[in-house]
Design a protein around this ligand. Structure first.
Ligand code: PLP
Length: 412
């Protein structure tokens, strides 16, 4: 007998990311931390494998008044946060458009609201074949389907052709199309769409949007926006100026990675449109959905961002501290890629961010094999994800060779 309602039957959250993390912890308990490589977690760990909190963020958060820490916040979000999260996200690259923001429970909250409010029940949502696995859960929970286009072509370049074909075939079947693009510093590959990729994607969308019955929402999951290390990493935002009114862009931003406040569950959705009314509607419907989902989000975290943004020396310190850690991640990635090249282990194009991916047909078997050597990585549908954000530099040497050995053993 099922006691749950029919739409809830059979739901079981199997999370391979947390699963691999739990196995790694068991190994640590058994053989000690030094002997274990835990490349499963998507959080920043320092070179001693300690969870990092950016020191200035911690200082600001801990110095908040009790009232700011415990009070409710407005459902939309604190007014200063709503303003500052827009400015801090765009820097000097704010597009010419109407722009509004709504506070959300992390980036995941922004994904949730966008799926709910910008696709029809039963619609298919499009993302790339390499994707953060909760996308599927978020879509299914909202009674939507998820389809994918191939992110890379045979030359490991952005696969515009497949993007175009999948977009067109879905728009033939449905009037609303929601496309989720996780860039820059994509999880799990570390790829970032280039300026040219963006021009091509927007040209495709503008072409299909000539049919005014069709509405395209581009949801840019920018959870890793602050970890590109590229001074022009936000320049693509300018391209969202003067889009046709039936193309809406929503940015999902998060304080989880940018401010190392993962558990404080604070982010925002930022709407960008050439249509003023679409932006008023954006505020109305998403505020309503917040009320119906979690009510309001963490006031202390929102206040922390506003306090940092309004004091240029605090802002400078946060950016400096984040960049110091970013350099550590970049160095770990550089080490891994150099060794991967030596042993001829193929990686997907890594540009920046917390993760890189080794494509393979037998991800589960390879991860199981690596577990025997106390190496814990995350099996994906078509590859193995390595969290360079969490593996200290001294554990990187030999890792590419170990993965390669496991792959070769499977191929035998
Ligand atoms: N999007 C991607 C690609 C992520 O990797 C994550 C977190 O791991 C998120 C969104 C959302 O994170 P949060 O809800 O903690 O902001």
């Amino acid at each position: 007998m099922n006691i749950v309602a029919s739409h809830a039957r059979g739901k079981v959250a199997v999370d391979k990311i947390f699963g691999a993390g739990a196995k790694a912890q068991q190994a640590v308990n058994l053989v000690g931390r030094e002997k274990v490589i835990n490349g499963a977690q998507g959080v920043l760990l320092d070179e001693n494998e300690k969870l990092i909190c950016l020191p200035t963020v911690e200082k600001v958060l801990r110095n908040l008044s009790t009232v700011d820490l415990i009070s409710y916040a407005p459902i939309k979000g604190l007014p200063e946060y709503l303003n500052d999260v827009i400015d801090i996200t765009f820097d000097e690259y704010k597009p010419e458009a109407y722009i509004e923001s709504i506070a959300t429970a992390g980036g995941a909250g922004a994904l949730h609201h966008t799926i709910w409010n910008y696709s029809e029940i039963g619609d298919t949502i499009l993302t790339s074949d390499w994707f953060w696995s909760p996308y599927r859960v978020l879509c299914q929970e909202a009674l939507r389907k998820l389809d994918v286009f191939a992110l890379f072509d045979a030359d490991l370049k952005f696969n515009l052709e497949d993007f175009k074909n999948k977009t067109l075939s879905l728009l033939k079947k449905q009037d609303n199309l929601l496309v989720i693009l996780n860039t820059p510093a994509h999880n799990p590959t570390g790829y970032s769409l280039s300026g040219d990729d963006w021009d091509a994607v927007l040209a495709v969308c503008k072409d299909y949007a000539k049919n005014k019955d069709k509405k395209i929402t581009l949801l840019i999951d920018a959870a890793y926006l602050d970890y590109t290390g590229d001074p022009e990493g936000k320049k693509f935002f300018e391209k969202f100026a003067n889009l046709p009114p039936n193309i809406l862009v929503i940015l999902a931003v998060s304080m989880s990675k940018s401010y190392t406040l993962y558990g404080q569950r604070t982010g925002a959705m930022i709407g960008i449109s050439s249509d003023k009314e679409a932006m008023q509607e954006f505020v109305n419907v998403n505020e309503y959905t917040s009320r119906a989902t979690w009510s309001n989000v963490n006031r202390g975290a929102m206040k922390t961002l506003a306090t940092i943004y309004r004091d240029k020396s605090l802002l400078y310190d946060v950016q400096r501290e984040r960049n110091d850690f970013l350099k550590i991640i970049q160095e770990r990635a550089r080490l891994f890629i150099a060794e991967a090249e030596q042993v001829k282990l193929g990686t997907l194009p890594y540009i920046a961010g917390f993760f890189m991916t080794i494509p393979t047909a037998k991800p589960d078997e390879i991860c199981d094999q690596l577990n025997k050597d106390n190496i814990f990585l995350v099996p994906l549908d078509k590859g193995v994800r390595i969290a360079v954000c969490a593996i200290p530099s001294n554990k990187i040497p030999g890792l590419a060779a170990a993965v390669n050995k496991a792959i070769l053993a499977m191929d035998k």
